[in-house]
Design a protein around this ligand. Structure first.
Ligand SMILES: [Cu+2]
Length: 141
């Protein structure tokens, strides 16, 4: 009897703990965007650059297949860029995107991992665009 009551108490505490965990997770991060693989095996996505964000900001791709990203700026004055680098050196992209312009970049990530994406533009002495939230990540599986 005492045993079953103890089990019941433990179950209740676990349920309370689980619901507290959910509440503590707010606000939710941007949902990951799984980049589709086209018939030619290229993983294509379009990213909108604004002040100060990338949308989508979290891309998921497969290792060993080319990634082609169309970068479209929707700003009227502010220039941005798109930086993503593999510390091991397999790719290194630093692409300027002028206001209102669209450019395409292509690279092939070979190592699974999470690579930061960011804009390092800065109007001195203001904080960089990355500091203002213009960052994202590429998740390579
Ligand atoms: Cu920027």
């Amino acid at each position: 009897m005492l045993f079953s009551r103890t089990i019941g108490t433990v179950a209740l505490l676990l349920a309370v703990h689980a619901s507290m965990g959910k509440a503590a997770d707010l606000p939710q991060p941007a949902p990951p965007f799984v980049v589709p693989v086209a018939a030619d095996a290229v993983q294509r996505a379009t990213i909108i650059l604004d002040s100060y964000s990338y949308a989508p900001s979290h891309l998921v791709v497969e290792a060993g297949k080319p990634v082609e990203l169309t970068l479209t700026s929707v700003t009227t004055i502010t220039p941005h860029n798109f930086i993503i680098k593999d510390p091991a050196g397999s790719f290194s992209i630093e692409q300027d995107v002028s206001a209102g312009k669209t450019v395409t970049i292509k690279f092939t990530p070979t190592q699974p991992g999470i690579y930061p994406i960011y804009c390092d533009k800065r109007l001195w002495p203001l904080p960089s665009h990355r500091d203002k939230g213009m960052e994202g990540k590429l998740e390579v599986k």
